[in-house]
Design a protein around this ligand. Structure first.
Ligand SMILES: Nc1ncnc2c1ncn2[C@@H]1O[C@H](COP(=O)(O)OP(=O)(O)O)[C@@H](O)[C@H]1O
Ligand SMILES: C=C(OP(=O)(O)O)C(=O)O
Ligand SMILES: [Mn+2]
Length: 527
């Protein structure tokens, strides 16, 4: 049991806290408090005002004796002083004390009992408390009776900071103190901050216990074969892990321990943009009583969601517990991965839709974490922007990327895991000219990879990226597999691909400590 400084709890008045309200009670509160409305699906719909995605610029880690030893300070992990944190904490507590009622959820992060973290979330809003209940792991009554939180999230979106006085970047702040074991959130109603901040915490704590924490989804096949899908936001983790032929472990955050893989969460947080029953039936059907729709537009009368309407944001979301998906594995633990898929939504349209990576290429691409940020999930991103996000999740990694990469490398070696790179982005040209590759084709590629159909198939070497492209994938036209063949203008293709190759090399310069074999596993084209 960790020692937790709970002195702040003394200042938080408790008589107005609703503890562990059930889903039904929370739904009732949300409606009564007019925080949200009931939709035709049975789900609640809430809107979040200005902030409809994460605010990475507003996220800080408290610099103290504890964090200073471990945190990889820089653009992602920006330091904030202890005094600044303490002052904001007491302001937020005063703010919450003035509320008539607030909401507390107690549960866990981590479905493997050996590694789980008892957490509590204190919310200003009932709908955020419902979100927390659905996204984290709900305790049994017995577990609840013994529950002692080892990390606390305090979320007070109605409290806005004054950067000049409070020392924040804006009115919004997401502050993590590893010493006090508190996440303090203010100014933003985007619910994703709540789950992703605990993910950041797990990315700090799990590696210390020899567990690799991963920004990936996971599922398990009929033979018990486990697949991981790494990828930044919008690359397809949630969509591709929901698969009628495979049991879902989780859609976003996992640990890989000496026992195997486990989900950190108890629910999913799916994008709703253009959601259809036909293309994504599992997710569509998961949206029902107890689910939370965020920034989805409804028809005024029928209250039917219009998933094509992006007038509030492209980052519309549905939060629901894992049990809302038909085929899941419960508890969300499984063995060691047989196959790892790196997902990238390449807006340049030059990476092959699927390629098989050598171990060195796997390490190279894991460290690179190339994708295009898609509109909506982060503040300020309005069109696809090329980005390199180490380990496919750098916004959430307090430690140096090499820490996670070393652990992954060892595990891939130990379990002889196959690794593929799948481009769920553009084909036939870059963003604006080409199209996003059809989901049905990506699904066919994923199936072939997971069924082992591509392990001994003939391959074509990509001249620019040096990637091994399978010459045939059942259910996918051959010409789609080689990007150059899909482009009308071959010269434009070469220019675009070479430009991306150079971006890879430029980005990789910072990994000075990587071995030569890994450094050499990058694109063939070097300028
Ligand atoms: N070929 C494709 N592969 C995966 N997703 C696709 C594809 N084409 C379109 N999409 C859409 O892209 C989005 C992927 O988002 P999601 O699965 O939520 O990503 P993540 O969980 O990695 O953030 C979904 O809205 C999905 O419908
Ligand atoms: C919730 C998020 O993750 P993802 O888009 O990967 O589902 C997020 O990045 O805010
Ligand atoms: Mn997701």
């Amino acid at each position: 049991m960790k020692t937790v400084d709970k002195s702040y709890m003394k200042e938080l008045q408790t008589n107005h806290i609703h503890h562990n309200l059930s889903v039904a009670q929370l739904v009732e509160k949300i409606l009564y408090r007019q925080e949200g409305v009931l939709t035709s699906t049975g789900a609640i719909r809430a809107t979040t005002g200005t902030y409809t995605g994460r605010s990475p610029e507003d996220k800080f880690i408290v610099k103290d004796k504890v964090s200073d030893l471990h945190v990889n300070w820089g653009k992602v992990n920006k330091p904030i002083q202890e005094e600044v944190f303490n002052q904001l904490l007491s302001k937020v507590i005063n703010y919450l004390n003035e509320k008539q009622e607030i909401f507390k959820f107690q549960g866990f992060a981590g479905s493997d009992h050996t590694y789980r973290l008892p957490i509590q979330v204190i919310n200003e809003y009932a709908w955020h408390n419902l979100f927390s209940r659905q996204l984290f792991i709900t305790p049994t009554e017995e577990e609840l009776s013994k529950h002692q939180a080892e990390f606390t999230v305090i979320s007070a979106p109605g409290f806005k900071a004054d950067p000049a006085i409070d020392g924040t970047n804006s009115e919004t702040f997401i502050l993590i103190s590893f010493k006090k074991r508190i996440v303090l959130i203010g100014g933003t109603e985007y619910a994703g901050e709540i789950k992703k901040s605990i993910f950041s915490v797990m990315n700090y704590l799990l590696p210390q216990q020899d567990v690799l924490s991963m920004h990936c989804s996971a599922n398990v096949g009929q033979e018990g074969d486990v697949a991981l899908f790494f990828g930044l936001s919008g690359t397809g983790k949630t969509t591709l892990s929901a698969d009628p032929y495979r049991k879902l472990i989780g859609d976003d955050e996992h640990g890989w321990s000496p026992n195997g893989v486990f989900n950190i969460e108890g629910g999913c947080y799916a994008k709703c943009i253009n959601l259809s029953q036909e293309k994504e039936p599992q997710i569509y059907n998961a949206i029902r009583y107890g689910s939370v729709l965020e920034n989805v537009i409804l028809d005024d009368n029928s209250r039917e969601p219009d998933y094509d309407d992006t007038s509030l944001t492209e980052n519309t979301r549905a939060a629901y517990p894992l049990e809302n998906i038909d085929n899941i594995i419960n508890p969300s633990v499984a063995g060691h991965p047989n196959t790892i898929i790196f997902l990238t939504a390449d807006a340049s349209g030059t990476l092959p839709p699927i390629s098989k990576l050598t171990k060195e290429q796997a390490m190279y691409h894991f460290l690179s974490g190339y994708t295009s940020k898609l509109a909506g999930t982060e503040r300020g991103v309005t069109e696809p922007t090329a980005t390199f996000s180490a380990c496919f999740g750098s916004p959430f990694l307090p430690l140096a990327p090499s820490k996670y990469a070393e652990m992954l490398g060892k595990k891939i070696d130990m379990f002889d895991t196959n690794v593929f790179l799948i481009n769920t982005g553009w084909t036939g040209g870059s963003y604006g000219v080409g199209d996003r590759i059809k989901l049905s084709f990506t699904r066919a590629m994923v199936h072939s990879a997971l069924e082992g159909e591509l392990n001994s198939i003939e391959t074509i070497t990509d001249e620019i990226f040096g990637l091994q492209i399978p010459a045939h994938v059942p259910g996918v036209p051959d010409e789609l597999l080689v990007p150059k063949q899909t482009w009308g203008n071959k010269e434009a293709y070469v220019k675009e691909a070479q430009s991306l190759a150079l971006k890879f090399h430029e980005n990789f310069k910072k990994f000075t400590l990587a071995s030569d074999t890994i450094k050499q596993a990058g694109p063939f084209y070097k300028g």
